[in-house]
Design a protein around this ligand. Structure first.
Ligand code: GDP
Length: 197
C-alpha cells in the first residue's frame, strides 16, 4: 500500500468520544519505549506524526490519524507505566480496555514487543486477555536492527513457542525496524489485505 496522506484527527481520553465514522481502525499498542511512535512515523513516512515518548501528554491519550482517507491508524497509550503511579495506570488501563472491547471499527490491534527481550509478563498477560476476549490482533517485534538477525529470529521463535503453550493458533506477526524501515511493506500490505477482505 502506498501512503498518499496521513493526518492527525483527534485525541481522546474516552472510546465513546472517538470519531463517529465506519472507517476501519488499526490500533497500535505496547509498553512505553517499545518504539511505537517511531513505527507509526516510519509506516506513514511522516517524521513527526506520532509524538515520541519524550513528548508528555499525547502518549496518554487515544490518538486517531486518518490514512489515505480510507482507514484510521490509532495510537493507543502505552501500558505498564509503573513510574506514573497507580491512579494513572488504572486510568490508562480503563481507557485501553474500553477502546479495545467496545470499538467495533477496530479491525486489528498491533501489539508491539521489543525483539531484544524475552517474553515479558505484562505483554503475555495482555495478549492472553486479548485472546480471551476474541480481539483480532497481530504482534510486531520492534527494533530488529539493534541486534543480529539470528538473535532476532531466536527471540521471535521463543516468543511464538511461549504463545503456543497457550494457544493453538498463532497470531500474524511482523519483524520491524523503524531505523531501517524493515517490515513496512509487510505491515501495510497486511492492513490492505484485511481492508479488502
Ligand atoms: P514509544 O514510547 O513506544 O513511542 O517509543 P519511541 O518510538 O519514542 O522510541 C523509544 C526509543 O527507541 C527512541 O529513542 C527511539 O529512537 C528508539 N527506537 C524506536 N524504534 C527503533 C528502531 O527500530 N531501531 C532503533 N535502533 N531504535 C529505535
Amino acid at each position: 500500500m502506498e501512503i498518499t496522506s496521513a493526518e492527525f484527527v483527534i485525541s481522546n481520553s474516552r472510546a465513546d468520544m472517538c470519531p463517529k465514522t465506519n472507517l476501519p481502525e488499526y490500533a497500535f499498542i505496547g509498553r512505553s519505549n517499545v518504539g511505537k511512535s517511531s513505527l507509526i512515523n516510519m509506516l506513514t513516512q511522516r517524521s513527526k506524526l506520532a509524538m515520541t515518548s519524550s513528548t508528555p501528554g499525547k502518549t496518554l491519550l487515544i490518538n486517531h490519524f486518518l490514512v489515505n482517507k480510507e482507514w484510521y491508524l490509532v495510537d493507543l497509550p502505552g501500558y505498564g507505566y509503573a513510574q506514573r503511579g497507580k491512579k494513572m495506570m488504572d486510568k490508562i488501563k480503563k481507557m485501553i480496555e474500553d477502546y479495545v472491547l467496545t470499538r467495533e471499527q477496530m479491525t486489528c490491534l498491533f501489539v508491539l514487543v521489543d525483539s531484544r527481550l524475552s517474553p515479558q509478563n505484562n505483554d503475555l498477560k495482555f495478549i492472553e486477555w486479548l485472546g480471551e476476549n476474541g480481539i483480532p490482533f497481530a504482534i510486531i517485534f520492534t527494533k530488529a536492527d539493534k541486534q543480529s538477525t539470528s538473535k532476532t529470529n531466536r527471540n521471535v521463535e521463543l516468543y511464538l513457542k511461549t504463545l503456543q503453550e497457550q494457544w493453538e493458533e498463532l497470531p500474524p506477526y511482523f519483524i520491524s525496524s523503524s531505523e531501517k524501515k524493515t517490515g513496512r511493506d509487510e505491515i501495510l500490505n497486511y492492513i490492505e489485505s484485511v481492508n479488502r477482505s
